[in-house]
Design a binder for this molecule. Sequence first.
Ligand code: HXC
Length: 514
Amino acid sequence: MKEKSKELYNRKDKAKLGGGEAKIKNQHEKGKLTARERIELLVDNGSFEEIGMFVKHRATDFGLDKVNYPGDGVVTGFAKINGRPIALFSQDFTVFGGSLSETHAEKIIKIMKLALKAGIPIIGLNDSGGARIQEGVISLGGYADIFLLNTLASGVVPQISVVLGPCAGGAVYSPAITDFIFMARKTSHMFVTGPNVVKTVTHENVTFEDLGGADTHATKSGVAHFVYDNEIETLLNVRKLMGYLPLNFKDRPDNLNFDFESLQPEEKLDSIIPDNPNKPYDMKEVISLLVDDSEFLEVHQNYAENIICGFCHIGGMSVGIVANQPQILAGVLDINASVKSARFVRFCDAFNIPLLVLVDVPGFLPGTEQEWNGIIRHGAKLLYAFSEATVPKITLITRKAYGGAYDVMNSKHIRGDFNFAWPSAELAVMGPKGAVEIIFKKEIESSENPELELERKLNEYIQKFANPYIAAERGFLDDIIEPKDTKRILINSFDLLKDKVDNNPKKKHGNIPL
Ligand code: HXC
């Protein structure tokens, strides 16, 4: 038995070395960690159980019959994060550049199927040269098998992609189907075609970093949801994200301890909204005063910054926040903001994470650029996402809620469970000046003093409409609340809604305007 144990030990030791010491050194010299070092940082100490360590490729062409590494370039298994189970795969660049062979794909598929059976999240650490070139179409088939499973698992268990090296060609579509993409600056790259192909086809000169680096995808394309300076920070933030999520669509996020008895009114909230309704303020300050310990994990922090999306705990409960940001473009809704927030709302709804919607929106962004690029169908995504969502949904209007954007931002009419407003709220078809210039055009023009008349009509309009009371009289708002009491009211409301049941009509699936 001793001999047999020794053989096992030796074989496992060899497998753990991946492509060998020299390749590991190369990996470190590029500023990258190995597949196994990454797993160690990601999961709870001692919780990782590996499967498929001895799997080898079956290819024989191009001399592959003479080169084989146990594990075949991907480490797979299950582990725990914050004490909760997850399944994972971690591509090993030291073995054939982490490229995806038939057997490499089979290992990923096996772990994904296990995750689906067990009802646990899947985390993929990607670092790969793409399809194993020597295996040709067989490896393309492996990718397609993974894409299918990504799609079938969507909405069943959370799927997280962490891109920590190259991820090119069709390979990008696996992360793209998953719920969130993390990238690390300088070492992660994603593109459908690399700089050389780009130069041949479009004659553009572009670097790897500019074409598909982390910052490009965090700011320009919106492909990356979370971006950090290095791998360690990236992996630690994956752990953080998992703290807000349930295991699967039937599960709920964990509740944290919260001492409700010692909750005090937050006086600072009373002075955040400026007296001048056209003056910006930072909605993130409002968020930081409402969430537990000011801890807010922002999604797409540097993309479409006119809307803020992210996870937090309120009274110990996991909550997804969608908030207009008056500091950027006056908080207007445009194409990118609509797409960003619609996907976030759908994720929260799929995984039983209640939504808090903070509204200060002057409307949709006007202009040919927006109209020609389809603000109508993109804006409709957000409307659709809020309308179909059945999780607890609470709206707080802090200031402006104008026009169609009032309806879209989780209004009472599209099943907001509780709709609150601060006394500073203004609910109207449009801003006072625009409205007065239209409805009192003739009176103002024919007046002896048009400027004075405009001023008079403006005051009249503001008195009548630029407040929350008409909406409250109609029941479109459930209450008008003092800012300082907001957190208490939110906690009590979310608590009441925790067993909320709401259903949509039976159907195969809806047809969201994609
Ligand atoms: C087989 C590969 C490989 C691949 C890299 N290697 N990519 N082996 N198939 N796709 C091997 C290299 O031969 C090398 O082996 C080792 O991995 C490390 O690669 P290097 O080139 O030395 O590393 P680096 O300089 O860091 O460059 C990394 C790279 C480059 C940018 C990823 O290797 C590269 O361009 N690879 C090809 C990428 C590609 O075109 N893939 C196909 C994309 S299309 P040795 O033994 O020398 O260490 C695709 C389609 C998917 O993937 C479709 C899905 C539907």
